[in-house]
Design a binder for this molecule. Structure first.
Ligand SMILES: Nc1ncnc2c1ncn2[C@@H]1O[C@H](COP(=O)(O)OP(=O)(O)OP(=O)(O)O)[C@@H](O)[C@H]1O
Ligand code: SF4
Ligand SMILES: [Mg+2]
Length: 345
């Protein structure tokens, strides 16, 4: 059994037990028909084009997809942190039933960090180089109106650092004194400092070596478990994802192509893009060369009519040219956006 298969099998067991009694559990986060555009002089870049998904309490959902498929745009939109020229043009984002898009900016500020926290893409390189780690943590608290006495703050910071596997002395150092993995742990410590119910981690392991990648993922899983939080883990490496998440969403050109429990997805990928992605993973013996997926992603300035994947899809049919395939549950727990399965609904 390869690492990927072993990880997927373990996730399958966890998922099966988490499914018991799932019927009356409500999603902690629900996204409906979300559209995000970036206005440019050439027209709107339609970075997120009608996303729908649910995140259950305690669930670890992976989101993968090639560069530019809209992963970070979605992550930022969930926290209403899309910056100009970006805009959420349509949709609903519900946290525990509450519509985040209808909150005032000051209400939303309370939600960030305290309810949904983000480990942003590249955040470990955005730590303030001239501030000690403890001051950066205190700053994040101050931004959310949280104040502690000096003694309480020192104690909280020491606990927080220990929680993510760092020594308490790290509080007094500057970012340049830390390795990449340690900086990423600091970023995770800040994100979890107000015990959020949802953690979004956008490529938390990119630019780290393989051993450190695994350590960071296991730290994230440990804090997720301690907090009983739900996690959205964004990444490129679906092999690493398979060992870390319960369910995986594959994004393509601003949409979800398929979202399935990890074991089923690897055993029997349904969407043609998922099939090609899984097929292109290096084999364990490394004897088969890496296969790319022929063709290029469509422009999001003028997205094509019909299915976004039609120009690269080996199974494209006439209907794919004109009709956008909706993301639907084609088999139990398997959401797929492809006309090949229209008869299965
Ligand atoms: N500020 C911006 N102005 C115009 N277009 C943008 C802007 N930010 C992102 N985009 C476009 O939005 C689309 C989605 O980008 P996004 O960063 O969300 O992708 P991603 O999946 O996170 O990619 P990566 O894997 O490289 O991080 C891309 O086509 C990108 O070029
Ligand atoms: S809808 Fe058509 S073009 Fe798109 S993935 Fe399915 S078969 Fe391929
Ligand atoms: Mg990104």
């Amino acid at each position: 059994m390869t690492d990927v298969e072993a990880g997927a099998a373990q996730m399958q067991t966890e998922l099966a037990s988490s499914r018991d009694g799932e019927s009356d559990v409500k999603p902690i986060l629900e996204v409906r028909d979300l559209h995000v555009h970036y206005e440019t002089t050439r027209g709107p870049v339609q970075a997120v084009r009608g996303l729908n998904f649910k995140l259950m309490p305690n669930e670890i959902l992976g989101l993968a997809g090639e560069s530019g498929s809209g992963k970070s745009t979605l992550a930022m939109a969930l926290l209403r942190m899309i910056k100009d020229p970006g805009k959420i043009v349509k949709g609903e984002i519900r946290l525990d039933g509450r519509d985040l898009l209808s909150l005032s900016e000051s209400e939303m500020r309370q939600v960030r960090l305290a309810e949904i926290a983000m480990v942003a893409q590249g955040a470990m390189n955005s730590l303030n180089p001239v501030m000690r780690i403890e001051d950066q943590i205190k700053d994040a608290w101050a931004d959310h109106g949280v104040r502690y006495s000096r003694r309480e703050a020192d104690e909280q910071i020491a606990n927080l650092l220990q929680w993510v596997g760092l020594r308490p002395e790290v509080a007094r150092v500057f970012p340049h004194e830390l390795s990449g993995g340690m900086k990423q742990r600091v970023v995770i410590a800040i994100a979890i400092s107000l015990r959020p119910r949802v953690i979004i981690a956008d490529e938390p392991t990119s630019a780290l070596d393989v051993v450190v990648q695994r350590q960071i993922i296991s730290t994230l899983r440990r804090v997720q478990d301690d907090l009983q939080a739900a996690v959205i883990l964004i990444g490129h490496d679906i092999g690493l994802m398979a060992q870390s998440v319960q369910k995986l969403g594959i994004m393509y050109a601003g949409k979800v192509a398929e979202m399935s429990p990890i074991y089923e997805m690897f055993e029997d990928p349904m969407h043609p893009y998922t099939q090609l992605l899984i097929d292109s993973l290096p084999s364990p013996d490394q004897k088969t060369p890496l296969k790319g997926i022929p063709g290029i992603t469509p422009s999001l300035l003028n997205p094509p009519s019909g299915c976004g994947f039609k120009d690269r899809c080996p199974f494209a049919m006439e209907v794919c040219d004109t009709v956008i395939p909706p993301l639907e549950e084609k088999r139990p727990s398997r959401m797929v956006s492809c006309h090949l399965f229209s008869e299965e609904t």
